[in-house]
Design a protein around this ligand. Structure first.
Ligand code: ADP
Ligand code: MG
Length: 396
């Protein structure tokens, strides 16, 4: 279980996250939603212990991420927004390195890497260079490194961002499978991304929590009326008399008529489905319904409403007005400059931080970061000329 208590993160004067509290129950898949800049990555970096909060605390299975980082981090696998991949390694080499860094027992590493590659579907890519993999496969490798050590909680920051629709669908399926026996939190700025696989969603906007509930409850509490547009082979008077006799109709209007064919709009609560009732009511007077259409607010619309500037639609009334957004605009640029240091300092994700490893780079390969890799790239030249990937391992 994750307990996020009154988290606040300030970058200088700019408040990126303000007094956020929520609880993540074990064994469920949570969607962490908010538009770009809402504070998702900041919150996830704090939950995973990569960034210190200004105020508040995070408990993972009762252990404070700040005070007992080793215990807390042991339970967590993290895929940050920018995955910490080493492009000049193969997935297999990289996952072995991560397993070592996370302190997986030496005699268990091969099995662990094998298992994680199988469950993320990258076994066939094990000997290609990560650099040469498609975005979808790179993302799988990123998810695979989060899975090393079999953590109970997996946190994925925008795991489908930048992928094409096919790859997105595959990653969603993969997350759904992984989520069967562990807790998953994944962030996204697109509601439809999480709608399919998440049971719960936590919505933030301008650093504040605006909703925390099941997908169903959130949509139910915000959904507006359904509008039915229908055309009947009937006079306006007949249409009027039939519709006014239907229970649950909140309002209706005649849109057009040519005397024998009439179109009308009917509004009713989204908890009802009046399609059958309406059809049968007209057939009772032997009038044919020739067309019927339903307009219902999509969850995407609801999400936009929740997170738009000055939104006041949140169930707990946490909407904040535009004032907040202005503040952000004013200070953002300056603060970004000022706090680069911060980002370079504790924001870095290193698998070695998890489960108490010490080494921060893969031994001897010099690929501490991607820039360094360019210079050292002797192997790169051999392998960079398109489709033909040579294994770095002896090619057994
Ligand atoms: P999200 O992941 O939801 O897009 P972030 O958590 O990355 O949002 O950012 C939240 C806010 O904090 C944004 O306004 C962003 O510009 C600001 N921010 C993020 N990181 C830094 C930083 N290192 N220094 C200054 N401001 C930052
Ligand atoms: Mg982000």
């Amino acid at each position: 279980m994750i307990e996020v208590r009154h988290l606040t993160k300030k970058y200088g004067k700019h408040t990126a996250v303000e007094d956020i509290s929520f609880t993540v129950e074990p064994g469920k898949i949570y969607g962490f939603l908010g538009p770009n800049g809402a504070g998702k990555s900041t919150t996830m970096n704090i939950i995973t212990g990569c960034l210190a909060p200004t105020e508040g605390e995070v408990l993972i299975d009762g252990h404070s991420v700040l005070d007992e980082p080793i215990e807390a981090k042991r339970a967590v696998g993290y895929l940050p927004e920018v995955p910490p991949l080493y492009p000049e390694m193969t997935p297999e080499e990289y996952l072995r390195f991560v397993a070592e860094a996370k302190g997986v027992r030496r005699d268990m590493i091969a099995e662990e890497v094998e298992g994680v590659m199988a469950s993320t579907g990258i076994t066939d890519m094990r000997r290609r260079l990560i650099r040469s993999l498609s975005k979808g496969y790179k993302q799988r490798v990123g998810i695979a490194q989060a899975m090393i050590g079999d953590p109970d909680i997996v946190i994925l920051d925008e795991p489908t961002e930048g992928l094409d629709p096919q790859q997105r669908a595959e990653i969603r399926d993969l997350i759904g499978t992984l989520g069967k026996d562990r807790t998953v939190i994944l962030s996204s700025h697109v509601l439809s991304e999480v709608q399919e696989i998440c049971e719960n969603i936590i919505v933030i906007s301008h650093g504040k929590l605006v909703a925390d509930d099941t997908v169903e409850n959130i949509s139910r509490s915000l959904r507006q009326d359904i509008t039915m547009t229908l055309t009947v082979m009937a006079t306006p008077e007949e249409v009027e008399s039939v519709i006014s006799g239907i229970e649950g109709v909140k309002s209706f209007s005649i849109v057009s008529t040519n005397g024998s064919e009439t179109s009308a709009k009917i509004k009713y609560g989204s908890e009802l489905d009046l399609r059958e009732t309406v059809t049968f009511a007209f057939s009772d007077i032997r009038r044919a319904v020739v067309s019927m259409g339903i307009e219902e607010e999509s969850l995407e619309d609801i999400f936009l409403k929740l997170t738009s500037d000055g939104a006041d639609a949140s169930p707990d009334g946490a909407g904040t007005g535009g004032e907040d957004a202005e503040d952000a605009e004013d200070t953002e640029d300056a603060e970004d400059e000022e706090y680069d240091e911060d980002e370079d300092g504790d924001l870095k994700y290193d698998p070695a931080d998890y489960i108490g490893g010490t080494d921060s780079g893969p031994g001897g390969t010099g690929t501490e970061d991607t820039e360094g890799a360019e210079e050292i790239g002797k192997t790169e030249e051999k392998n960079s000329d398109g489709g033909d990937y040579k294994p770095l391992f002896g090619g057994k």
